[in-house]
Design a protein around this ligand. Structure first.
Ligand code: C5P
Length: 265
């Protein structure tokens, strides 16, 4: 646990203790859209598994004191040894990642199940929980911190979001792949946002959402919306894109190359 999460003996007795932050990283998907091979989270980016990049990205925030990785159901041992190999297991030595604890738990059939299993492993003292896709390995620390700050300021759920470049059409999905699909609506682009992770939550709200919402969702914040609670956005970042298709791997390696040039990352 990082120092800021602990009550400071030197501080005034009335100083509020800032809620400790845990991050759950679902990494149990197969990633079929990326083509055949290892589970997506274990694919390499510049020689390092995507998951390790994602863990580094979250641990880079000095506010995050616990990271729970949700591994493929048959792969917790492999993931644990990967974290060990990158010196990220147990209590990491103090260094540029700060002092962050790590845990690995087996995942479920769906992303939602995997997140619930990770959330169950977060001890109750963590008042803020982030959920971050292993498939977004390059999220900048400033985005992570902006999400945490908004939750600590009182929002029950926070999502990083970006305006859209493309106009979006709602269609009647075809039953056969490639068949023409009737367009049924064109939502006003200026009111649309593409949302990313980490999404941040007041812990009790996220637990309640997972207990209450049973239908399939594609992000955690929409479960909170279904509870009727407010969800707010903070600015997302173009480097927090999700690695989904083969071209995304090329883009991710280009981003890493640019970072190395710019700041020696
Ligand atoms: O499939 P999609 O790209 O939406 O997956 C988003 C994230 O959820 C990925 O990091 C993936 O590993 C994770 N996931 C999971 N358990 C599943 C399916 C997806 O942890 N059963």
């Amino acid at each position: 646990m990082s120092d800021e999460s602990r009550p400071s003996p030197a501080g005034p007795p009335s100083a509020p203790v800032r809620a400790p932050v845990a991050a759950v990283i679902p990494a149990a998907g197969r990633g079929v859209r990326l083509g055949p091979g290892a589970p997506k989270a274990l694919r390499a980016l510049n020689g390092t598994p995507m998951l390790i990049h994602a863990v580094h990205a979250l641990a880079a925030s000095r506010h995050v004191s616990l990271v729970v990785v949700v591994a493929p159901a048959d792969g917790p041992a492999e993931v644990k040894s990967l974290l060990d190999a990158h010196a990220l297991s147990g209590s990491a030595p103090s260094g540029s990642w700060g002092s962050t604890d790590f845990q690995v738990v087996p995942g479920g059939e769906t992303r939602q199940e995997s997140v619930a299993l990770g959330l169950a492993a977060v001890p109750p003292e963590y008042g803020v929980v982030l959920v971050h896709d292993a498939a977004r390995p390059l999220v900048p620390v400033d985005t992570v911190d902006a999400v945490i700050e908004a939750v600590r300021d009182g929002a029950p759920a926070v999502v990083p979001a970006l305006p859209l470049a493309d106009t979006v059409k709602e269609v009647e999905p075809a039953t056969e792949p490639g068949a023409p699909e009737p367009v049924v609506a064109t939502p006003e682009r200026a009111r649309l946002r593409a949302v990313q992770t980490p999404q941040g939550f007041d812990r009790a709200t996220l637990v309640r959402a997972h207990e209450t919402v049973t239908e399939d969702v594609t992000d955690d914040a929409s479960m909170v919306e279904q509870l009727g609670l407010p969800v707010v956005t903070v600015p997302g970042h173009e480097e927090a894109f999700k690695v989904t298709r083969p071209l995304d791997l090329v883009l991710a390696e280009a981003v890493l190359a640019r970072r190395r040039l710019n700041d020696g990352y």
